[in-house]
Design a protein. Sequence first.
Lengths: 210, 280
Amino acid sequence: MADGRVVTDEVETNAGRVEDPGQKIDIALVGQAVRGELAAFNQLVVRHQDHLFALVYRLVPDRDQAADAVQEAFLSAYRNLSSFRGGSVKSWLGRIAVNAAMDIQRARRRRPSQPYPELEDESWQPAAARDVEPEHTAIAGEQSRVLAAALAALPFEQRNCIVLYDVEGYDYGEIARIMGVSVGTVKSRIHRGRLTLRAALAPARELFRG
Amino acid sequence: MHRTAPTHATHDELLLARLYGGDVDETERSRALDQMASCQDCADVFADLGAIAVATAALPTPPRPRDFTLTEADAARLQRRSIGGAIFDWLGRTKALGGAMVAAGLVGVVLVGAISVLGPGGGSAALDEQPVVDAPIAAGMSGSAAYDSASPALVQNGASQNGVVGAAATELGSPRAPQAASGGPSQPAGPATSGGAPQKLALSTEEPINSGEPILGPIAGGQGSYPGGPSASPFPSSGVAATSAAGPDVWELALAGFAGLAILGVLLLTVPHLAARRRA
């Protein structure tokens, strides 16, 4: 396929300019996947699925829906491999995953349901390290629970911006591109979202003041 | 010592959030720092924002519920789907095109219909207008009588000589009458050689009206001819025919064109949908 060949060449040229070894591997895998090697694409999936699930779960705090969004994101990435034009594969996949999550959020807004039952399920909480005080573990667990609940109660536009900025480390410009809004809007959503979070966490403020 | 200022409610917490986000200029930064230095609540807000951001970044995530790698079957399905996707894309574009065509067609039909009925150059307006002016000629009336009748003043002045204006004046309650009235007295029909009737009616008021000579031109009595020949006649019968023959044709063609566009748009909108339903 001529178009695929051009894309592959472009991807491999970009790989030569990249310094980060992880990113080099990613770009090489994309190049192979564009040539039709499913195994190469699946290596990409293995490399990024944990991160993408963690990201999407922050945006759609429902494990099943988050998993569906991540699966849809990987399917979409496979379908649109030829649209990758270099840069960070992680960011590219992140953008696709965020879009999939936003689709779910919009559908959820159209059909409101019980919000985020996962917040009540603590079975997935990570096991505490052996040398950590049980009291500290309990406080950290409670802190996470109330914070996750407050985060989930934010309007999803604010939540997305806060998660992408504070958790994922995207800058304002990247978030603006992903969300399709201006940088000023992103900043405003983050600032207002943080203040809203603080107000929501007022009853549990001592948990955060250590 | 707790430095809570009684005016904390009036302090700008958004400014503190912006300071935390690094979204302030120098002036705002110093204002925010002053605010925090003088108000313990503001300092607490800033500290809380930092603590919440740190805790948000450290939130645990549940273990991934399944593996997201693609199977050969997934890949094959996606290949098939990409062909289907192309068809859906085409259908999507067809839908947009069909909608646009329907909209444009309907707007066109309405506009053409409105113009042809109401517009100054519209088909029916032209048809309504021309016979009124031509009526005196057809009836053998003098040309000047017809023009005179367009102006009430002329009706009075010319009545004594022509004596035929009553009916025509009444008849010329058409859109052309005000124009004639503003133009003042009429010109004898004889010298008129070219142009449409409205231009001939716009004459100088300095010209004597009914100076004693008969103002009837060569067409007096409906028998004469214009100096410039038949083609120079201000009321060419062929012109009337041309207006009534060509005008409506243009409007009708435009109307038919827009209607056809709308119908084609409806077909574009419905046929793919019906075909898909039949296949389903």
